[in-house]
Design a protein around this ligand. Structure first.
Ligand code: SF4
Length: 343
């Protein structure tokens, strides 16, 4: 497949861009309607952002539709597998975050009635959400902005130190608005503290602090709190370390691959799990320890599109080349030549 060959988006997309009050303008997209699409957009402040919509084949969009939103412009996290963590230029506003949802909803459901059984809005494209209080304003706004009975927000976080106020308010919002339908996920990645610090060099909660908050979070009827391990070679997961802190009644484990990114390649990080490969010993050990364990490998095509966790299309555009297993899709551009250089 040719790389970076730009084709015009269709007329309706142009029309959505012209909508009054919108604070982002979509410049281009890459992907497949039946799997995932990454949208590249520009905010009124001239900042380039991206967001994603995806489905999970063979589940139809009417049953599950997932949006992944950016909350920061870059990220100060610096995680060694993440292409978005190599620069940071500030927070997106409430309107800039909501405009991402508006664009996708208006594209698919112009009357803003969303008859999707599981309409997942994840704050998980670019940026650690706990660095931006506007995420909380968006969470409060979503239920009144759309008629979406299946709305299920999801916050995926590394739990940065100093974000205590964010997490307190988040807990209140979950209790007040989203009891039983909020997915909270902590990026843990390894139980070895030193290796964890190397992978995620920002100051963050340790396992004890995550456990204490998760215990407060979980109430009758809630979804279990997820401990995510993007499993890299040489990054141990010790079920004993987890069992001492995290009750299997309250927490579940999700194992994912380290996706193909430039930063992971520069950091010499290899994934322990790969599409089509076996689940591996870690999943077996966690199940034996009593944890509900999901191995979520996804479609290889998602990595080729660049829609997966840790991927950032702007990084491949800046590099001017794809990477083994990632970022190979061509872009569809909106309008004139000024949109053709996304860097
Ligand atoms: S993984 Fe999350 S916290 Fe880490 S650099 Fe990327 S966006 Fe930031």
């Amino acid at each position: 497949m040719a790389l970076y060959k730009w084709r015009p988006l269709n007329v309706r997309c142009e029309a959505l861009n012209e909508r009054k009050g919108s604070t982002v303008k979509v410049l281009a997209k890459a992907g497949r309607d039946d799997i995932a699409t990454v949208y590249l957009a520009e905010t009124e402040r001239g900042r380039r952002i991206e967001f994603v919509e995806s489905v999970q084949p063979p589940i139809p969009r009417g049953k599950k539709w997932v949006l992944l939103l950016s909350t920061l412009y870059g990220c100060p996290g610096g995680c060694r597998f993440c292409d978005a963590g190599t620069f940071y230029k500030g927070k997106l506003s409430r309107e800039e975050i909501l405009s991402q949802v508006d664009f996708l909803v208006d594209w698919r459901f112009p009357d803003r009635r969303i008859p999707v059984e599981k309409f997942k809005v994840q704050f998980a494209r670019v940026g650690e959400p706990a660095f931006n209080p506007a995420v909380l304003d968006v969470l409060e706004e979503l239920p009144s902005r759309y008629d979406a009975p299946g709305l299920m927000p999801a916050v995926s976080t590394v739990a940065p130190l100093g974000a205590g106020d964010f997490f307190e308010r988040l807990l209140g919002i979950k209790r007040r608005i989203y009891g039983g339908r909020f997915q909270l996920q902590f990026s843990v990645h390894t139980t070895d503290p030193a290796r964890r610090d190397w992978l995620m060099p920002l100051a963050k909660w340790d396992l004890d602090e995550i456990a204490a908050y998760g215990k407060r979070w979980f109430e009758a009827g809630d979804r279990k709190v997820t401990l995510n391990f993007a499993l890299a070679e040489g990054m141990p997961v010790d079920p004993g370390e987890l069992l001492g802190r995290f009750s299997p009644e309250t927490f579940l484990v999700k194992i994912t691959p380290v996706n193909p990114t430039f930063h992971a390649r520069r950091s010499c990080i290899e994934s322990q799990v790969v599409p089509g490969g076996p689940e591996g010993d870690t999943a077996r050990a966690l199940r034996a320890a009593g944890y509900e364990t999901i191995v979520s490998i996804g479609e290889p095509e998602e990595s080729l599109i660049g829609s997966n966790c840790g991927q950032y299309l702007a990084a491949s555009l800046a590099a001017g080349e794809p990477i083994a297993g990632g970022y190979t899709y061509e872009m569809q551009a909106l309008g004139g030549s000024r949109h053709r250089d996304y860097r």
